[in-house]
Write a protein of this length. Structure first.
Length: 287
């Protein structure tokens, strides 16, 4: 295979070191292309990996990161996936450089890389996803709708196999990135450090006074400074007593958040994947 004498693409068996090179190349590209949004593609890469994985349905065993069906219409055009072409296009040169990696492994590895490079916990990862075809596209409506409440969150994440604690831990990803009026219609970041993973999302949920924003866009909340936002689904995490227990815990204890976040992201990125490899690898943060 390319660069390896006498080995063809077909019998090239990538090792941990090969995947590590992919990780490093993504990390390098994140530093290189820093004139996007708040200075990084990392949040949108994280969202790509989440939306690729979060279509999973435990009952029918359909969806999930295996398949990378968001490459195709109609899934690429689902409203929830608006803007994720930026992330897919960002990764295209990496796929060209390492053609042996599947899109579905690449997108989840990019998610791992994004979280780790934004100061998050180590997220163990293993390869084994295969790319599917257009027929495996999931129906629209499997991802959460931000205008809804706790009942909706439990229904959507329950369908993936997640409990209350896991829903709240996953939601801490909203420390990162922002809403775009030309994508979801919502506007603004959740925290003052949208390219650093912290437990600030939980702290802000509890400590700020959140009011409905008066504007022409979809119903969302703003803080007193009007610089930050929360979605209706975000606010449901403090309105619901069972959810709020976990918000309280993660706001107080960043280490507990990081540990649970790592565990739940591993679970998310592996939903429905028929792995042959048992061992997970942890890749070093690129400084
Ligand atoms: Zn999000 N998310 N999300 N999320 N999300 C947005 C942005 C980002 C919900 C949601 O509707 C939205 C999870 C859970 C949920 C990220 C990660 C994760 C946006 C803004 C919306 C509307 C999109 C835009 O306009 O660009 C809802 C309702 C959720 C239910 C709980 C989980 C779980 C995530 C990862 C583990 C990230 C990183 C972003 C920022 C993307 C960016 O481009 O900056």
């Amino acid at each position: 295979f390319a660069g390896v004498a006498g080995v063809t693409a077909k019998d090239f068996v990538p090792t941990k070191e090969d995947y590590e090179k992919v990780y490093e190349e993504i990390a390098k590209r994140l530093v290189e292309f820093d004139d996007y949004d708040d200075g990084s593609y990392a949040p949108v890469l994280a969202r790509l990996a989440w939306h690729a994985s979060g279509t999973y349905d435990v009952e029918t065993k359909t969806g999930g990161s295996n398949g990378a069906t968001m490459r195709f219409q109609p899934e690429s055009d689902h409203g929830a996936n608006a803007g994720l072409k930026n992330a897919r296009d960002f990764l295209e040169p990496i796929k060209e450089k390492f053609p042996w990696i599947t899109y579905s492994d690449l997108w989840t590895l990019a998610g791992v890389c994004a979280f780790q490079q934004m100061g998050g916990p180590a997220i163990p990862w293993r390869p084994g996803r295969k790319d599917g075809d257009i027929g495996a596209c999931t129906p629209d409506g499997r991802l959460p709708d931000a205008s809804k409440d706790q009942k909706h969150l439990r229904a959507i994440f329950g369908r993936m196999g997640f409990n209350d604690q896991e829903i709240v831990a996953l939601s801490g990803a909203h420390a990162l990135g922002r809403c775009h009026t030309d994508r979801s219609g919502y506007d603004g970041p959740w925290t003052f450090s949208p390219t650093m993973l912290t437990n600030d999302y939980y702290k802000l949920l509890l400590n700020e006074k959140w009011n409905w924003r008066k504007w022409n866009g979809p119903a969302q909340f703003e803080d007193k400074s009007k610089a930050l936002m929360m979605l209706p689904t975000d606010m449901s995490l403090v309105k619901d007593r069972e959810f709020k227990k976990w918000v309280d815990k993660y706001a107080k204890d960043q280490d507990a958040f990081f540990k649970d976040f790592s565990d739940v992201i591993v679970k998310l990125f592996e939903l429905g994947v028929p792995f042959k490899q048992e061992e997970r690898w942890t890749f070093k943060v690129v400084e």
